[in-house]
Design a protein around this ligand. Structure first.
Ligand code: B12
Ligand code: SF4
Ligand code: SF4
Length: 257
């Protein structure tokens, strides 16, 4: 069965696939899989290499590359799920590439319903690096994952033989938000402040101030580029303004002339 699925994955131009039996998926914070999909037996995890867009010093181009990949990967994930339903008679549920996610106080709205990193590690697609990203043996940290939950009985792929992270420390030293200083933990607030200046916190700051200042200052606030950026983010969804901990990682980098 794995071989047949791998062929479909290859036809869809997805870069890699791994399989995990549901009991092998262990995420400390995400809800148990059974609460999402009663009767779930396996997770099929798909891996996609980022284009070089994420290297661009122009962060709009870098984010556009991620948006392209989010759209492509969402579509591939859905196509494979439909295929599993039709050709394998499987029950299937797709996992979001990033959003939506439960917006609740306990998790600060930042815990996925399924942790794709833990799923990827369980499916043998890589191991956690010092930046808390899953490092793929061939593509390094510049890898995005999607997943499908199924009721198919599929055994897990073996874990990666060796952690591709060499513990060189470049990601920890390079993080502009100093969010990776504590091993095994990304400081959410430090990362978010740097990576999403025009996300929820930025909007709360803006609108709180807007409600407090006189009319003339409100007009000025709406004419300020800070508001334009918030407005754009409101339209196109979360925008990342940092790709450093992915980009500085030497694993999977092609030698450049
Ligand atoms: C919410 C979210 C964020 C939040 C919160 C991050 C966080 N602390 O989890 C913010 C906005 C800050 C964020 C930032 C980024 N994200 Co993000 N994010 C997510 C999302 C939607 C949910 C993550 C989640 O549930 N976190 C909470 C739980 C899982 O974390 P946790 O259990 O506490 O595990 C943490 C630690 O315990 C530790 N950990 C756990 N086990 C082990 C084991 C070992 C050995 C070690 C060392 C560490 C370790 O790693 C985790 C990181 O803090 C996922 C998609 C998904 N559904 O999984 C993408 C996802 C994790 N993000 C991703 C990426 C790429 C990024 C960024 C690089 C942004 C960018 N420019 O693209 C940064 C990297 C930040 C970093 N170095 O950690 C990718 C990671 C791909 C990969 N190769 O691993 C994902 C999987 C999206 C995807 N579809 O591919 N993200
Ligand atoms: S995305 Fe940027 S701020 Fe967040 S952990 Fe990575 S390097 Fe640090
Ligand atoms: S930059 Fe170095 S320490 Fe960080 S994940 Fe890559 S290999 Fe590991």
């Amino acid at each position: 069965m794995k071989e047949r699925i791998r062929r479909v994955v290859s036809d869809l131009e997805i870069d890699d696939v791994g399989f995990a039996a549901a009991p092998d998926y262990r995420s400390p914070l995400s809800p148990p899989l059974e609460t999402i999909f009663p009767g779930v037996r396996s997770i099929i995890v798909l891996a996609y290499k980022e284009l070089d867009s994420c290297d661009s010093p122009d962060l709009h181009i870098a984010m556009n590359g991620r948006m392209d990949l989010m759209e492509f990967s969402r579509s591939c994930n859905y196509k494979l799920a439909r295929h599993l339903e039709r050709d394998f008679g499987a029950r299937v549920m797709t996992v979001p590439v990033s959003y939506p996610m439960a917006q609740i106080e306990e998790t600060k709205g930042a815990v996925g319903q399924v942790s794709l990193r833990h799923a990827a590690a369980a499916a043998g697609l890589g191991a956690f690096g010092s930046n808390n990203l899953v490092v793929h043996p061939r593509f390094g940290c510049r890898t995005v994952f999607t997943a499908i939950l199924t009721d198919l009985e599929i055994p897990s792929d073996p874990p990666v033989a060796e952690n591709p992270c060499t513990a060189c420390g470049l990601c920890v030293q390079g993080c502009p938000g100093k969010a990776l200083n504590e091993p095994g933990r990304t400081d959410l607030m430090k990362c978010v402040k740097n990576i999403m200046p025009y996300g929820l916190n930025g909007a709360v700051r803006f609108w709180s101030k807007y409600g407090e200042v006189p009319a003339a200052e409100r007009k000025a606030m709406l004419r300020d580029p800070n508001f334009w950026r918030l407005y754009q983010a409101g339209h196109i969804g979360p925008q990342y303004f940092c790709f450093t901990c992915m980009n500085v990682c030497p694993v999977g980098r092609k030698a450049t002339a």
